[in-house]
Each structure stands twice: as structure tokens, then as C-alpha cells.
Unconditional design. Structure first.
Length: 216
């Protein structure tokens, strides 16, 4: 993603030089923005140190990523070295960590710095009930790509909709996270109406706050 004014065509990532990274930190500070995370990172084995080093310089708490299954020794070592958590995403294809069992098989015996970035919409797209997935991942959820989805068009493709209006039971998911005493981050992901989805995001936040008030 391009950084915008003052950065030309430069994009957010470890390829930024030290001067650009310093400028980015200053711009974020001026706007009272804290860069908590970045991703979803998919990297070659030799790139992971650069990814973690960049995350450390940006003072991130975690990165979201989908490491190759054979790279976990390297990724775990980098997480320990830089003290940065890894939230493993679950894209809906069988080359990824699309179901909790696959992720837990790969990280279950590894450092607690390694966990899940649970995309509840993608679980549903793979016919996995999100609440069940969250239960399986208890203790390992670092962050969430949170959303609601509904079938659209003749093909019935599941697309993002305002929270509380789709096929996911947002309240049940939030109650499960409350039961787990989840203290991580919700990422609002709304991959529809790209040019003007702020109204839908605003409605989703309002619904989120409504549910929070109901379950607390």
C-alpha cells in the first residue's frame, strides 16, 4: 500500500530505508497514531529477519503472516529474538492454515509468541463455524480479522456486509471471546464497496459497541 504524500510511490514495508522509516514514525506520532501491526506477510525464508527488524523499528506488537510450513523454525527464532508476536492468518485455500487443526499442528508445541490471526469470514467460507474455530484456538488468538458476510449475486459469493446483517453470529463470536478473556486486537475488515465503505464501517462499529454493552 502506497504511503501517500511525502513518500512518492513508496509502499509500507521493510524495503523503506532508515530515513523513510524515521519519517514514517514521525508522521504517525504527529497524528497520534500507533502502528500496532502489519501484514499479512508472506515471505521467503531469508526475508523474515528483515520483516521482524522493520516491525521492531516501528514498535509493533505483532505481525500477521502466513509463513511456509517449513519456515516455522526461522519464524519462531525471529519472534523470540525481536519479542514480536506472530498472528497466523487463515486464507481460504488448502495451501494455508485454513482450519485450526493445521495451525495448531504447526505451532502447538512452539513458543506462545506464535498464534492466530483468526479471520472469521474465511472460516465460514471453508464451511467451518467461526465460534467452533475460536474455541479450538483458545489461548492462541493474537488478533482477529472481524467481519460479517452474506451471499451476494447469482453465484452466492460470500461478501462483507454491515455487522449484524449477515450469516455470521457476531454476538455469539464476541461472547466466546469474552469467555476466553481475549485481550487482543479486532481488525475491522470490510472488503466490499472499496471506494466508499466508511458508512458501512461506521455502522459496524455502532453494532459492535451495541453488542459490547449487551454482553458486558
Amino acid at each position: 500500500q502506497k504511503l501517500g504524500n511525502g513518500f512518492g510511490d513508496d509502499v509500507f514495508g521493510y524495503q523503506l530505508n532508515d530515513g523513510q522509516q524515521k519519517k514514517l514514525r514521525q508522521e504517525a506520532k504527529k497524528r497520534n497514531i500507533r502502528i500496532v501491526s502489519s501484514g499479512v506477510w508472506v515471505a521467503e525464508r531469508e526475508e523474515w529477519e528483515s520483516v521482524f527488524s522493520f516491525a521492531k523499528k516501528m514498535k509493533m506488537e505483532f505481525i500477521s503472516a502466513e509463513p511456509a510450513r517449513e519456515d516455522w523454525d526461522v519464524v519462531e527464532a525471529m519472534a523470540k529474538k525481536y519479542r514480536i508476536k506472530v498472528a497466523t492468518h487463515n486464507h481460504p485455500n488448502e495451501n494455508s492454515y485454513w482450519k485450526p487443526e493445521i495451525l495448531l499442528k504447526n505451532i502447538g508445541q512452539r513458543a506462545p509468541l506464535l498464534g492466530a490471526c483468526a479471520d472469521v469470514g474465511h472460516y465460514k467460507r471453508m464451511d467451518i463455524e467461526p465460534v467452533s474455530a475460536l474455541k479450538q484456538l483458545e489461548g492462541r488468538i493474537v488478533s482477529l480479522h472481524f467481519k460479517d458476510i452474506a451471499p451476494k449475486g447469482e453465484d452466492g459469493i460470500l461478501e462483507d456486509v454491515v455487522w449484524g446483517t449477515g450469516v455470521l453470529n457476531v454476538k455469539d463470536m464476541m461472547q466466546e471471546l469474552k469467555r476466553q478473556h481475549f485481550k487482543g486486537y479486532f481488525t475491522i475488515e470490510y472488503e466490499a464497496d472499496w471506494e466508499n465503505n466508511l458508512p458501512q464501517i461506521k455502522q459496524s462499529i455502532e453494532y459492535f459497541n451495541q453488542v459490547v454493552n449487551e454482553i458486558l
